[in-house]
Design a protein around this ligand. Sequence first.
Ligand code: THG
Length: 367
Amino acid sequence: MTQISHSRRLRRTPFSQGVESFDIKAYTVYNHMLLPTVFRSIQEDYRHLKEAVQVWDVSCERQIELRGPDAGRLMQYLTPRDLRLMQPGQCYYVPIVDETGGMLNDPVAVKLADDRWWISIADSDLLYWVKGLAYGLRLDVLVDEPDVSPLAVQGPQAEDLMAEVFGDAVRDIRFFRFGHFEFQGRSLVVARSGYSKQGGFEIYVEGADIGMPLWNALIEAGKSMDVHAGCPNLIERIEGGLLSYGNDMTDDNTPHECGLGKFCNTQAAIGCVGRDALLRVAKEGPVQQIRPISIDGDAVPICGDFWPVLAGGKKVGRVSSAAWSPDFETNVAIGMVRMTHWDPGTELKVGTPSGLRSAVVQSRFWI
Ligand code: THG
């Protein structure tokens, strides 16, 4: 098998040693960092995620820290989501757009204090855009990438495992909220969030030195729960409609096209970059939008590039993610479909590498 060469530019993580102590089969590169994609097999990882508990090295969800009196102002410039009611202790999923309303990233914003935020980014070099805005607008704020690496604990038994390591108080953390919890004398941000629909937590591990001690503590405490190293699972995230920046959307798409209009309050987001452009598309409505699509036939291959979506021989969209779902016994997919063909029940064709397949627009994602 062909290998990938390691160097300082392809960053390892504070948990890489832990990941390698399991039988890691494949990585991808995300924010210039290793992100595991397969341990036993995508199907076995999927089943285990839905039945047990996994520890995920998601260090590649890098943080951009905003620190200073203008931190909140800068954060509101970055996103069309209204942040005025957001309190310290809350996380928000926030679309980040450019001056044309194009998506630059879809991170989780973590409000640590009025003057201190983390932006937990998806796979794009957002740091330079944020630094550029802070400098260009002469804001009184420091922008940098701190030594913070998220470790996710996901699955139905996540709460029990977390309680073993951090105490029963973690059970009281509400969805998209966080608290501060001690591990080996260090205070860590622990949120109820994560890139799966199975429930769980994300620990924002501050200081690479406690990465392996924490990894080991979780694996040790989880032995009776069949804990295993895991990673964001392709099948489960498509079933759940969790979008992947760079795959399902790029800076060519507005949040409204991505179905993220519910995370935009553009009218209220005074100062937000791209506000005028977004007000325009919000009024007119998008002409294409993300849709759940089922694809007929046996298991499709990996979707490494757009697959054309056709109707009457004409291209009306594209599929960007697809996988066989054992639970729903169909191929589940995420696509961008033109408004003429986006109604639930619309019958389409998808050009996959294994031939032209029949497909149907769904009314909602599967989980
Ligand atoms: N957690 C953290 N950082 C991240 C991700 C994460 N950075 C990269 C990437 N994932 C960013 N993208 C997403 C996409 C979806 C969600 C979070 C981050 C998500 N969505 C929920 C949903 O759609 O059901 C809930 C959204 C809400 O209701 O607010 O969780 O996973 N730290």
